[in-house]
Design a protein around this ligand. Structure first.
Ligand SMILES: [Zn+2]
Length: 149
């Protein structure tokens, strides 16, 4: 009886002083995951947009180099052709990256960002940090014949 009364007597004291604070803590705790996800998506979007700008600049440079008129010297022309092939290859790789980045931005828009396009599982935050444009979870990426979709 005495213990019960003691507990009853203490309860209002604990909730009375801590009530406001703990309610705020609970509120913040509940808010935290959503806000974190939102921040991650905002960060991912910013990173994707930045890399899109960079990739497009690189592609523009490659196109400009490829558009240069051929050298009249035959030897130089042969070298230039090899260079052009390397540039074209580089260019197509950049185009693929641009496609991946644009798709990732599209997934942020439609709310499916961070979800594997193949199996529907969540892509790990570590993987998204390393590759914000990742469309596949690590398991699918490993089993896929090609690294990106
Ligand atoms: Zn997957």
């Amino acid at each position: 009886m005495r213990d019960e009364q003691g507990t009853k007597a203490e309860k209002p004291f604990v909730t009375g002083t801590g009530g406001g604070f703990s309610l705020l803590s609970v509120f913040l705790l509940l808010q935290a995951p959503d806000r974190e996800i939102g921040m991650n998506h905002a960060t991912a979007k910013a990173r994707l947009e930045a890399s899109l700008v960079e990739l497009e600049a690189r592609l523009t440079n490659i196109s400009r180099d490829l558009a240069e008129p051929p050298d009249p010297d035959w030897d130089e022309q042969a070298i230039a052709q090899e260079d052009d092939q390397a540039l074209e290859h580089q260019g197509s790789l950049i185009e693929q990256e641009i496609t991946s980045v644009r798709r990732a931005l599209g997934r942020i828009e439609d709310g499916t960002y961070g979800i594997c396009v193949r199996c529907g599982e969540k892509i790990s935050p570590e993987r998204l940090k390393a590759r914000p444009e990742a469309a596949l979870c690590i398991a699918c990426a490993r089993s896929a014949a090609y690294p990106t979709v």
